[in-house]
Design a protein around this ligand. Structure first.
Ligand code: UGA
Length: 472
């Protein structure tokens, strides 16, 4: 099928490359000339596993790039809209890009086409897109609007796309649903997975994936409700981790105990320094705004957001309690991206902590395998950057682990200890076992677990930054 994807950000680029890998003819549309030139020249503008391979495989063949939206629409049977929906000051989604794209699409409709929302949008957006396309002259029978939310995580977007738990399609006519089924047929009939050069199957993937066809409104709500539920799971376990710290319990044991209940499940139960990224914070605010507009006061979401912010403040208190005063202290930072496997620092809790520590007068030396350039754009030369984890730790009064990169979980602890001024590690991602760290001579503070002090450290109350007041 001939498919146009409008917007070549994270979602559009991954979707376009994956549609090409499924065998479709794809044209990716963007009005950012620099980005187009980079893509045409063979560069991959984002850090995403398997994306460079797919772009190399299909560029100039089943994958074309253009700034000519109308021509792309005319030559395609399905038009996926994957433009940005940034938050407004009030927290709701700014849909002006979606509207202007809908207006432009309208003028190019010259036969039956489906227009598919791929960006995360509030309920009723498909109705608005339909109205805008009609208002701008497209005949009523010449198009349908569908909603096809994505559940891609940054870093693993390609495998999430090709090996999804489910494909959700919101379509209000059978004609439109049939086109969507045809697009995903190589996945739902299993033929893609038999190809010798298919992207490798991740653990846990069940193929073929089910396709769930709903109304467009339901599909729009599925996306917001899924992200809100996942964020709620994270805030829930972060709240539980605070209680664990107060009573001297171990949050990992608690997670194992609750996560093995198949109704709850073990995933997205990792406590940390709070969720970040370009999706959860924005989508929670947008969902809350949607609910309010519909007359429902979704206070549960307020609490999810509040716990998330509080988790970061708690971590800052933990640092303060471990180091006493902060002004002038040299602190090594491992991790700047909002999670491991990506160079994205949008709403990254690591960056927010870096900014707080700078305000406290700390000297920071940071390392991240992918996000240094982006961080430099935000903090300039206020932070020193290292080229590896050990250099970030050199001479440090303490080392903070803020992002769950795999390489941070396998550090050479002897080398690390040798480099640091004081062997104090404050781990916001629970990458190590407290007993291992203590045995290796570190004072180690983590989330939802008792601090482990190196053998030569006292256990006075002031050494216990989590404020554990264990009851007899
Ligand atoms: C999220 C969803 O997981 C995707 O399903 C969705 O498609 C995407 O948003 C979106 O709406 O586009 P993403 O933002 O890439 O994906 O990242 P996640 O892997 O979900 O992580 C989000 C944040 O939660 C990160 O800061 C991560 O460190 C944190 N997190 C995640 C935890 O603190 N604990 C966990 O157990 C899991």
């Amino acid at each position: 099928m001939r498919i146009a994807v409008i917007g070549s950000g994270y979602v559009g680029l991954v979707a376009g490359a994956c549609f090409a890998d499924l065998g479709h003819e794809v044209v990716l549309v963007d009005n950012d000339q620099q980005k187009l030139a980079a893509l045409q020249a063979g560069r991959c503008p984002i850090h995403e596993q398997f994306l460079p391979e797919l772009l190399d495989r299909h560029r100039g063949q089943r994958l074309q790039f253009t700034d000519n939206l109308q021509e792309a629409v005319r030559s395609s049977a399905a038009i996926f809209v994957a433009v940005g929906t940034p938050p407004t000051d009030q927290g709701d989604a700014d849909l002006s890009y979606v509207e202007s794209v809908a207006r432009e699409i309208s003028g190019a409709i010259d036969g039956y086409k489906i227009v598919v929302e791929k960006s995360t949008v509030p309920v009723y957006t498909s109705e608005w897109v339909r109205k805008i396309i009609l208002r701008n002259g497209a005949p009523v029978d010449s198009f349908d609007v569908a909603s096809n939310p994505e559940f891609l995580r940054e870093g693993t977007g390609v495998t999430d796309f090709l090996y999804p738990d489910r494909i959700v399609v919101g379509a209000d006519s059978e004609r439109c649903a049939a086109v969507m089924r045809e697009i995903y047929a190589p996945m739902t009939d299993g033929s893609y997975y038999k190809k010798h050069d298919a992207i490798p199957r991740p653990d846990r993937a069940q193929t073929p994936p089910p396709i769930i066809v709903t109304s467009t409104k339901s599909a729009e709500l599925i996306k917001h409700a899924s992200n809100a539920f996942l964020a709620m799971k994270i805030s829930f376990i972060n709240a539980v981790s605070s209680i664990c710290e107060s009573v001297g319990a171990n949050v990992q044991q608690v997670c194992q105990g609750i996560g093995t209940d198949s109704r709850i499940g073990p995933r997205f139960l990792n406590p940390g320094i709070g969720y970040g990224g370009s999706c959860f914070p924005k989508d929670l605010m947008a969902f809350r705004a949607v609910a309010r507009e519909c007359g429902y006061d979704f206070r549960l979401l307020d609490e999810v957001i509040r716990i998330n912010e509080e988790q970061r403040h708690r971590f800052l208190r933990k640092i303060r309690n471990a180091l006493w005063t902060l002004r002038g202290k040299r602190i090594g930072i491992l991790g700047l991206a909002f999670k491991g496997g990506t160079d994205d620092i949008r709403e990254s809790p690591a960056i927010l902590l870096v900014q707080s520590l700078l305000q406290e007068g700390c000297h920071l030396c940071a390392y991240d395998p992918a996000a240094i350039e982006r961080t430099r754009e935000v903090v300039g030369n206020k932070v020193e950057f290292a080229t590896n984890a050990y250099d970030a730790a050199a001479g440090a009064d303490a080392l903070l682990i803020l992002t769950d990169w795999e390489e941070f979980a396998t550090l050479d602890l002897s080398e690390l200890k040798r480099k640091m001024r004081y062997p104090i590690v404050i781990d916001g991602r629970n990458l190590y076992l407290p007993e291992t760290m203590a045995a290796r001579g570190f004072s180690y503070y983590s989330v939802g677990r008792e601090p482990a002090l190196a053998d030569n450290q006292s256990t006075r109350a002031s050494d216990n930054p989590q404020g554990a007041t264990r009851k007899a």
